[in-house]
Design a protein around this ligand. Structure first.
Ligand code: FMN
Length: 189
């Protein structure tokens, strides 16, 4: 798969099968984030891979899913089989702002996940302090995002933008994600 195809194929998936992700694939995803572009090459992020069943269950209540859908959250048997927690190391970057770095890291991971046949959902609507406590993280590490991972039990595709940015589920259960057209976002000078 080439990079363009991975970019176009990647869609957020929120329902997963119970198939486990090989540990080496999860480590490979973190290794991809390791070499992403970071401002001034500071590299202030750490990553925690969570696959332990109890920890997955403990974290789930601190996540929110698919705000535009009534039934968009995974059922108990559809939950992610792994999370990668993206953590900001305040001993490396003191101002506590890790959004840009985390964006580069998560995007990089999500694209490699496509190549590995994995589905992912970037989670920002999370209870960060509760997750930090649940994982028993060192005080210097801030939870920035979670990336939920697994094998897909749902389909999602790009849809034509008709004036509404809200994704929706169609009669086949497929998620449709409207993307603004190129003509709208490309400013001609
Ligand atoms: C910063 C950020 C935070 C997000 N947080 C959540 C979240 O908490 N829950 C969720 O279900 N989806 C979340 N998403 C996924 C978006 O809803 C999704 O990327 C968007 O609808 C576009 O769909 P696509 O990823 O398939 O292109 C988040 C995405 C981003 C970039």
């Amino acid at each position: 798969m080439n990079v363009y195809d991975a970019i176009m194929a990647r869609r957020t998936i929120r329902k997963f099968t119970d198939r486990k992700i090989p540990q080496e694939d999860l480590i490979k995803l973190v290794d991809c984030a390791r070499v992403a572009a970071y401002g001034a090459n500071v590299q202030p992020l750490k990553f925690a891979v969570i696959t332990d069943k109890d920890k997955l269950n403990d974290i789930y209540p601190f996540t929110k899913w698919a705000g535009y859908l009534t039934d968009g959250a995974p059922k108990e048997n559809e939950r992610p089989t792994a999370y990668i927690a993206v953590l900001g190391d305040t001993s490396i970057k003191q101002n506590g702002n890790f959004e840009v770095e985390a964006g580069a890291a998560v995007t990089t991971i999500m694209l490699e996940a496509v190549e590995l046949g994995l589905a992912s959902c970037w989670l920002g609507a999370i209870a960060r302090d509760e997750i930090k406590n649940t994982l028993g993280l060192d005080d210097k590490l801030n939870v920035v995002y979670l990336l939920a991972l697994g094998y897909p039990k749902q389909e999602s595709r790009m849809a034509e933008f008709k004036g509404d940015i809200k994704y929706f589920e169609d009669e086949n259960g497929t998620i449709n994600v409207p993307k603004r057209p190129l003509e709208e976002i490309l400013i001609k000078l």
